[in-house]
Design a protein around this ligand. Structure first.
Ligand SMILES: Cc1ncc(COP(=O)(O)O)c(C=O)c1O
Length: 462
């Protein structure tokens, strides 16, 4: 006869959350002094998690202790100021704190009736984002998981609008037998756009790729003929160089032809928040849809993508659904504008981050990270290394010579742990990518990291 399992006494929630707060605080306090990437012992310890789920319950205090003991040392320290990989920021304190509240509230953002509070925060945050990015009033918008999903959602709206114009209801009838659409991108399009196109049945390989210049900007003179069944995907902030497509020119050409313009502005669009860098985003407001990320430059915690569409009806038509038990109300309902139905109230973290920064703080974050990027570029150039891009925002590409030398420097930097930089290929050249995307990066972090990179370069050339 099997014994009936009994639940252990649940510790007071206050004790549990206080313990979590203590552990989280210790984690953040130690972040700046830890190696940026976990060492072999910490990685090996992750193996301790791989056991069969026990039949018996585990006291939540022990769950938390195991999580912190095994998990925390094996994290990548993106919160410490010296992580320059991909375009990863570090969550702002207000975002972390708001995230705790969001978890505590446990709200579902699908419908207003499920959480009037969460929807109110999302409405406000989306309006702030639209305004900060200088985009038109009245856009339809939603918070999604990241720029990949923002691109996907916007392109679904584009697909809807262009096919509806041709008398085809893609949401009902699918793409079989539909009038063909043409998709145009630059040759340096981000893979997330191609992934979104593939998910939408528009195909990666059917895309017409337009020649770009040495910074990855689409060349308007290379644009093919456009028509009212063409989607043109342009870019605000190339993931390697940070460069911006000539939006005003491209949008004017598209508008004349009745084509739809989508902007992948995962991080670059936020340059609009800074007086000094805003000019780079000129013309992007003329597009039809935009995808961007809160979790990149604005340093909202993961995950936080944002989609905006000039004509809200195109977005709503592509995303809406209803059922007898799931009846949207009169006002904007989040699930009618996003791919998900149930959803975490992640917009609260976006709202909290933006409010904690204010307009001036966001502009300063953009300007400061760009200044740090220039310091990296100047410092490495002075040491004799080649900077492959015009450092217009927060991205730096550096070559240390032959491809194998550059790869060796990247490997040494990563092993050293003072900072973390990734690698890339840029128009046939092997490069180290330095992306300064965190509010926490200080001038001292930059000079320590520069020293570490120079040291790695010296050792690799010996
Ligand atoms: C230009 C660009 N677009 C899209 C993405 C994808 O963003 P996410 O990882 O948030 O989906 C990135 C990520 O770096 C990016 O740089």
């Amino acid at each position: 006869m099997s014994a009936t399992p009994t639940l252990p006494a649940v510790p007071a929630i206050e004790d549990l959350l206080s313990a979590a707060a203590g552990r989280a605080f210790a984690y953040l306090r130690d972040s700046p002094n830890r190696p940026v990437v976990p060492g072999p012992a910490a990685l090996q310890a992750l193996g301790q998690l791989a056991y069969r789920l026990p039949w018996a319950a585990t006291d939540p205090r022990d769950v938390l202790a195991l999580l912190d003991r095994v998990g925390s040392p094996a994290t990548v320290v993106t919160t410490g100021g010296r992580y320059f990989g991909f375009v990863n920021g570090g969550a702002l304190p207000a975002s972390v704190a708001a995230g705790w509240m969001v978890s505590t509230w446990d709200q579902n953002l699908a419908l207003r009736v499920m959480s009037p509070a969460a929807v109110a925060f999302e409405d406000v945050a989306l309006e702030w984002v639209r305004d900060l990015l200088g985009l038109p009033h009245g856009c339809g918008s939603a918070v999604v998981t990241g720029a990949t999903m923002a691109n996907f959602t916007a392109l679904a709206a584009a697909r809807h609008a262009l096919l509806a114009r041709a008398g085809w209801d893609v949401e009902s009838d699918g793409l079989f037998g539909a009038p063909p659409l043409t998709v145009v991108t630059g040759d340096e399009v981000h893979v997330s756009v191609l992934k979104a196109l593939a998910l939408l049945g528009l195909g990666r390989a059917r895309v017409r790729r337009v020649a770009v210049d040495d910074q990855g900007r689409m060349r308007p003179d290379a644009l093919p003929a456009l028509d009212s069944r063409t989607i043109v995907c342009i870019q605000a902030g190339n993931v390697n160089t940070g460069a911006f497509d000539p939006a005003a020119d491209l949008c004017a050409r598209a508008r004349e032809a009745g084509a739809w313009v989508h902007v992948d502005g995962a991080f670059g669009l936020w340059a609009a928040a800074s007086r000094r860098h805003r000019h780079l985003t000129n013309g992007f407001e003329l597009a039809d849809s935009w995808g961007t990320d809160g979790h990149k430059w604005p340093n909202v915690g993961y995950d936080c993508g944002i989609v905006l569409v000039r004509n809200p009806e195109s977005l709503r038509s592509a995303m809406s659904t209803s059922s007898a038990y799931f009846v949207p109300g009169e006002m904007r309902e989040p699930s009618q504008y996003s791919p998900e139905m149930s959803r975490r109230a992640r917009a609260v973290e976006l709202w909290a981050s933006l409010l904690s920064l204010g307009r001036a703080g966001l502009a300063d974050l953009v300007d400061r990270t760009c200044a740090h990027a220039r310091t990296f570029a100047n410092g490495l150039r002075e040491s004799g290394y080649e900077i492959l891009n015009d450092v217009v925002i927060n991205q730096v590409l550096v070559s240390f010579g032959a491809p194998e030398v550059t790869r060796a420097v990247i490997a040494r930097v990563q092993q050293d742990g003072t900072c973390w930089c990734g690698g890339t290929e840029w128009q046939g050249r092997t490069a180290m990518r330095i992306s300064v995307s965190s509010w926490a990066t200080t001038s001292e972090d930059v000079s320590r990291s520069l020293d570490a990179i120079r040291r790695a370069a010296d050792e690799s050339r010996r």
